[in-house]
Design a protein around this ligand. Sequence first.
Ligand SMILES: O=c1ccn([C@@H]2O[C@H](COP(=O)(O)O)[C@@H](O)[C@H]2O)c(=O)[nH]1
Length: 279
Amino acid sequence: MTAGGVPFGARLAEAVAARGPLCAGVDPHPGLLEAWDLPADAGGLEKFALTATDTLAEHVAVLKPQSAFFEAYGAAGVAVLERVIRHARDAGALVLLDVKRGDIGSTMAAYAAAYLGEGSPLAADAVTVSPYLGFGSLEPAFAAAEATGRGVFVLARTSNPEGAALQGAGTGAGTVAQSIVDAARERNAGARPLGNVGVVVGATITPGELRLAGLNGPILAPGFGEQGATADDLKPLFGDVLAAVLPASARGLLKHGPDPAALRTAVRRTQDELRRVIG
Ligand SMILES: O=c1ccn([C@@H]2O[C@H](COP(=O)(O)O)[C@@H](O)[C@H]2O)c(=O)[nH]1
């Protein structure tokens, strides 16, 4: 166990208690770079990502860089991502790297080493993973997370409308999405205060689609903000497990930049809205 010897679930609970549940996305969209009057090159990416990180990270429990927008600039983009991870952690935020990786076990072990391995330049506090090759294929990521005090968020029912047909498809035990939640619940059994296997459930989905009670793990809820979900949607959707929810917003915050004061105001306003419903 590394990361100070404290498991991810405990570190997350402490961060949320101190800073609230908002997960701020750092998504350097080309459209946002343009809106911030920055060039669509590695220099523009660096200015955007570090301004966003240095402004937001000290105010939120979790910062979620979207790897795709960094990878788009090749090695220079990945170098910026490494700096974003370091800056965010130095500011006291937990870093949830949104990479959505998933592969056969032997390859998954290499992804786990890259994103969850102690000393890796891209190691974050947690990553998103895709269970499309089977929940069990993610075992190397679960093992690495357990060994290093990090977390894994498994896609269950995503926020995009195209996810519904596949993830809502029935199996003997219910839907595909439900089977992912149930498998995560098993892995988190007995952990206190929260296990280190989270699920991704979009804040945009219909209430009642999933049974989340007893998950005993964190729930990343993207779709909050620019994709249309609001703070008032959270209670009907997550009910008794609301305290474990991390509502995630990227564009909804970042569109207020590049002025750091305006970004901070947007974060505070969003945190106040969440406090009203989550407490
Ligand atoms: O179900 C999912 C899983 C991940 N995402 C990611 O979250 C952000 C959302 O950005 P917004 O600007 O707040 O819409 C983005 O990085 C997605 O890849 C998601 O939206 N839905």
